[in-house]
Design a protein around this ligand. Sequence first.
Ligand code: HEM
Length: 159
Amino acid sequence: MPAGQESMRLNPALGQTFRTNRADDVLPLSRPMLGTDGRLHTQLSVSKGTVVVINIASSNRRKDVWGDDAEEFNPGRWLNNGLTVPLEKTPGMVYGSILNFLAGNRTCPGWRIAVLELQTFICDIIEGFRILPVPGDVVVREFHGVSIPKVDGRPVRGW
Ligand code: HEM
């Protein structure tokens, strides 16, 4: 379902999460970063107790992974099962190189159920309804830990 995957890529329900390391550590960087000291760094020293922000939303829009049109809604990129996205650039991710379910040891254990539910839901909806934009309504994101779509200017019910 390329349109569903592309929607998830651009609109992750959880845009950020956090981790705190329990010991001093060194984080390798996938590409060098220019520090405020003017030097190029290939790794970062992270002292015990540092809060590290994992930016899921930004990761899903990386131009070096997704190409120059990373900010655009382009379901076609998922044809060929998303294999147009080189997996080695996104190690540890479980679902199509997007970080929505995180990665590594604490990947969301419910990701397969979630994907199945979404697919079933979308099939049911498009079978029974025609979905059209409402003229004048603008859908925006609202953040409540997770982000929720709502119609702009309708603060109470959102629809
Ligand atoms: C679209 C739906 C879902 C998304 C985007 C999602 C995403 C995530 C993410 C990003 C995490 C890691 C959070 C963190 O550690 O900071 C997580 C953890 C978790 N998810 Fe999901 N999830 C979804 C659906 C589900 C479902 C359907 C289940 C269960 C059937 C589930 C069960 C869990 C559990 C138990 C954890 C904690 C795992 C751990 O801490 O080791 N999730 N999920």
